[in-house]
Write a protein that binds this ligand. Structure first.
Ligand SMILES: [Zn+2]
Ligand SMILES: [Zn+2]
Ligand SMILES: [Zn+2]
Length: 234
C-alpha cells in the first residue's frame, strides 16, 4: 500500500490524490520503475488537461517509451505496451488470491467517474473497457493507438497482477475453450450420424438378429453385444 509523500496517510488504491491532505502523489511509477524524462516532442495531448504529454523512458529491455502528463500524472501506452509493462514488473505469481481480488475491487475509487475522453493521437472518443478479469479498472482505449490510464490505475493493475488476476483470467479463458471444443465435438457427431442411405454409417455393424442396427458409436452397448456373441459362440 502506498502512502502520501506529504502526510504519510495511506492512499486509496485507485487514486493518486490523498484523501487527508489533498496532495497529488506520483504513486504509479515511484518505487516501481526508474525512468528518465524526455523533451516534449510527441505532439500528443493529455485528454484530461489538454497540455502536451511528456515522453518518459522506463528502460525495460532497452528503450521503453510511454507518455505521461505532468499535470494529472495519467499515462498513455501504445498497443501492447501496458501488457508488457505489467508482465515485466510483476513476476513469479503462482496463486490466485480470490479474496484479495475481491477486496481490491471494493477499494476502488474512481477520480473521474464515467466520462469519455479523446485519444491523444487521433482525437476520436475512446472506448471504456474493463481491463482483464476482475481488475475493476476501466481503461480508455483507442483500438488503433493504445490505452490511457488515469493516475493510480497502473498501481491498481500491479495489485491485480500480484493477486493472480491475470492467472484467473487465463484459467477462465482455458475453461471457456474447453467448453467450446466439447460443444463443437458434439455438433460434429450429431451431423455425422446418420450418414449412409439406410441410416448406418461406415463403421456400423448390422445385427439383424436384434432387429435393429447397432452402432459402433454406441461403445457400451456395442461392447456388451460383442461379449454376448462371443459367450454363445464358445
Ligand atoms: Zn496526504
Ligand atoms: Zn493531464
Ligand atoms: Zn487514436
Amino acid at each position: 500500500m502506498a502512502n502520501c509523500t506529504n502526510c504519510s496517510a495511506p492512499l486509496p488504491l485507485d487514486s493518486i490524490t490523498c484523501t487527508y491532505c489533498g496532495s497529488r502523489n506520483d504513486a504509479d511509477l515511484a518505487g516501481v520503475h526508474y525512468f528518465t524524462t524526455h523533451e516534449l516532442e510527441s505532439g500528443r495531448t493529455c485528454p484530461r488537461c489538454a497540455v502536451p504529454l511528456r515522453t518518459i523512458d522506463l528502460n525495460i529491455n532497452g528503450r521503453f517509451l510511454i507518455e505521461r502528463c505532468d499535470g494529472c500524472l495519467g499515462l498513455f501506452f501504445d498497443p501492447n505496451e501496458l501488457e508488457t509493462l505489467l508482465e515485466a514488473t510483476v513476476t513469479n505469481v503462482f496463486n490466485i488470491d480470490r479474496s484479495h481480488l475481491d477486496s481490491i475491487n471494493a477499494l476502488r475509487k474512481d477520480d473521474y467517474g464515467v466520462s469519455y475522453i479523446k485519444c491523444p493521437v487521433c482525437s476520436t472518443i475512446m472506448n471504456r473497457v474493463n481491463f482483464g478479469l476482475k481488475s475493476g479498472v476501466i481503461v480508455d482505449r483507442c483500438r488503433e493507438h493504445g490505452v490511457w490510464l488515469d493516475g493510480g490505475e497502473l498501481r491498481h493493475l500491479f495489485e491485480w497482477m500480484k493477486a493472480g488476476g491475470k492467472l484467473l483470467q487465463q484459467e477462465r479463458a482455458e475453461e471457456q475453450k474447453r467448453i467450446e471444443t466439447r460443444e463443437l465435438e458434439r455438433e460434429r457427431r450429431k451431423q455425422q450420424v446418420p450418414s449412409a442411405a439406410d441410416g448406418t454409417s461406415a463403421g456400423d455393424i448390422r445385427f439383424d438378429l436384434f432387429g435393429g442396427t447397432l452402432r459402433q458409436s454406441d461403445p457400451d452397448l456395442f461392447d456388451i453385444v460383442i461379449k454376448a456373441v462371443r459367450f454363445f459362440a464358445k
